[in-house]
Design a protein around this ligand. Sequence first.
Ligand SMILES: C=CC(=O)SCCNC(=O)CCNC(=O)[C@H](O)C(C)(C)COP(=O)(O)OP(=O)(O)OC[C@H]1O[C@@H](n2cnc3c(N)ncnc32)[C@H](O)[C@@H]1OP(=O)(O)O
Ligand SMILES: NC(=O)C1=CN([C@@H]2O[C@H](COP(=O)(O)OP(=O)(O)OC[C@H]3O[C@@H](n4cnc5c(N)ncnc54)[C@H](O)[C@@H]3O)[C@@H](O)[C@H]2O)C=CC1
Length: 330
Amino acid sequence: MDTFEAYLIEGSPEAVRSGFTQLAQAQLDPGEVLVRLQYASVNYKDALAATGKGRIIRRFPCVGGIDAAGVVESSDSPRFRKGDAVVVHSHGFGVSHHGGYAGWARVPADWVNHVPPGLTPLDAATIGVAGYTAALAVDLMLLNGIVPSRGPVLVNGATGGVASVAIDLLAQLGFEVVAVTGKPEQADYLQALGAASVIAASGLQTGSRPLESAQWQAAVDSLGGEPLAGIIRTTQKDGVIASIGNAAGIAFSSTVMPFILRGVRLIGVNSDNDVPTREHLWKRLATDLRPRHLERIRQVQPFAALPRVIDDVVAGRIRGRNVIAVGAAD
Ligand SMILES: C=CC(=O)SCCNC(=O)CCNC(=O)[C@H](O)C(C)(C)COP(=O)(O)OP(=O)(O)OC[C@H]1O[C@@H](n2cnc3c(N)ncnc32)[C@H](O)[C@@H]1OP(=O)(O)O
Ligand SMILES: NC(=O)C1=CN([C@@H]2O[C@H](COP(=O)(O)OP(=O)(O)OC[C@H]3O[C@@H](n4cnc5c(N)ncnc54)[C@H](O)[C@@H]3O)[C@@H](O)[C@H]2O)C=CC1
């Protein structure tokens, strides 16, 4: 490894520039684990970071990519050995520490998990932060008492990465999933993932009164903003809403009525977790919560396609998970 290709985000919060460059190993950030990367993915957050449309990057310059998978080259941590297949994500990866859009990464051991038996590095990159967060949301919603017999679960932004995996996981657990999408022409895709019904976002009726007729026992919300406000007032008694994302906005207005009269629980979901939580969820993602439709959900693109994919994610032109082959697979 003399030099390797990397996609670097440079400039300042006010003037972000992104593009391919060559890096040397000596330019990698400190960390216990050196990983030869094979796959990364393009999350919504990656697209905001690379274009400067969101205040994501906390240190310039920074290699983008908040998740990646590959093989350990060397490790100062007893948790990992040369040759281990691993997945790296969250915390400062691709935000304040060089990330996954590169041939190599050196990272703290707490940001690394083994790719569990039953999954390949490509599968792990397909799941990535998006699928991990979907699993975290489902795990938290189950802890908060959702059960299939209590009624439908709404998943919005349904063709996105988090939502695609969430639909797959909830459907395999026996929940009736209502997929809400701005792309109703993708109904076949959403039904193939397990959605029982598909509603065009423009046709979703959530009214404007403090409480509207209760329609869902639970929801996985990738959008935030007013779509989240609509969900809150239409969730049934003791329902659970997982707040994951902000694709439609960061502000919403609500009254306290759904919370105090229906006991609706709005739970925050954050993928920056400690090692025991990460190990618990990656184990579930390879066993009882293994997504059944990874091949359908993923599209694998060459490294050179990254700028185009970033533009597509910002414009909402994507479906499922876009995986980037950043290095040679074994
Ligand atoms: C895969 C994950 C995701 O996709 S998450 C969604 C994508 N992320 C975003 O869109 C967040 C982008 N960030 C922002 O828009 C802003 O940082 C902000 C609106 C959250 C806050 O902006 P503001 O200008 O008001 O203040 P600061 O940026 O200076 O932060 C204030 C305070 O909050 C702490 N903080 C900021 N970001 C995070 C974070 N990601 N996690 C935890 N805490 C955060 C920051 O350190 C400041 O605290 P202080 O104690 O003052 O240092
Ligand atoms: N809380 C956490 O730890 C995490 C949060 N997220 C957040 O979850 C959200 C989804 O992330 P991904 O699945 O990676 O994104 P994605 O880009 O794969 O999917 C986003 C979906 O939202 C739709 N969308 C975009 N703008 C919209 C708008 N204005 N109105 C309605 N729909 C819109 C898109 O068409 C797409 O279907 C993002 O906000 C992301 O920042 C993602 C991972 C972890």
